[in-house]
Design a protein around this ligand. Structure first.
Ligand code: PGA
Length: 251
């Protein structure tokens, strides 16, 4: 059985002081989540990772929002996997559409990061999704299939099993215009079939999340879909009450 997963992506929000306040209030949610087989986590900025990690129980996931694939070297402004591991962080979001558009990250660049994370025993959350233009042209599946193929290139089935996929249509991120549950389930079902073609039966163990304007009032609809294993949530994960309501909607 695949545990459901609620992952809050805080993007460039919250000072370390604010992040610690959230963590102190969120800590008690772990018990409720575990009792219902839901994994929960947050992805703070690099600066707050250590403080949030220390403030939360080990089973509460704390993820980076990005990482560099090189262990060390002349990469000004970057953060490496050993740096994350040193402070107890073993998850990282890779290929978020904001990084793809503002930092020109390609699926092949994501592939290098995913491989480096897996080699270090960490969990990558690989984001993909199409633009409004691609959606309107009816080319979502072809687009997403290329992102999958490139991002997960050369992975063995055993490695692929450890990757979490997040389908986030760009037109739904931060817009309040979430994809309907029918659209989300259709694309995520397609993603699972594509994973099966590439990696075989391990596709049944892989968790695939939906992201894009998930709110407390719509999260349950997605969770009722057989292929949707959880949510990657931006805006609605920032406030502790809203985060709690998201969890309640998943149990
Ligand atoms: P949103 O962001 O929930 O604010 O739409 C989702 C995301 O970017 O992961």
């Amino acid at each position: 059985m695949r545990n459901k997963l609620l992952l809050g992506n805080w993007k460039m929000n919250k000072t370390t002081t604010e992040a610690k306040e959230f963590a102190a209030a969120a800590s008690s949610l772990l018990e409720i989540a575990s009792a219902h087989h839901v994994d929960i986590g947050v992805a703070p900025s690099f600066l707050s990772l250590e403080a949030v990690r220390k403030a939360l129980p080990a089973a509460f996931i704390v993820s980076a929002q990005n990482v560099n694939e090189h262990d060390h070297g002349a990469y000004t402004g970057e953060v490496s996997i050993p740096m994350l591991k040193d402070i107890g962080i073993d998850w990282a979001i890779i290929g978020h559409s904001e990084r793809r558009s503002y930092n020109a990250e390609t699926s092949l660049a994501c592939n290098a990061k995913i491989k480096a994370l897996l080699a270090a025993g960490m969990t990558p959350v690989y984001c993909l999704g199409e633009s409004l233009e691609t959606f309107e042209k009816g080319e979502t599946k072809a687009f997403v299939s290329t992102q999958l193929k490139e991002g997960l290139k050369d992975l063995t089935p055993d490695e692929a099993r450890k990757v979490i996929i997040a389908y986030e249509p760009i037109w739904a991120i931060g817009t309040g215009k979430s994809a309907t549950k029918e659209i989300a389930e259709d694309v995520i079902g397609f993603i699972r079939r594509t994973l099966r073609e590439h990696f075989g039966p391990v596709s049944e163990d892989m968790r695939i999340l939906y992201g894009g304007s998930v709110k407390p009032n719509n999260v349950r609809e997605y969770m009722e879909c057989p292929n949707i294993d959880g949510a990657l949530v931006g805006g609605a994960s920032l406030n502790i009450d809203s985060y709690r309501e998201l969890l309640e909607g998943m149990i």
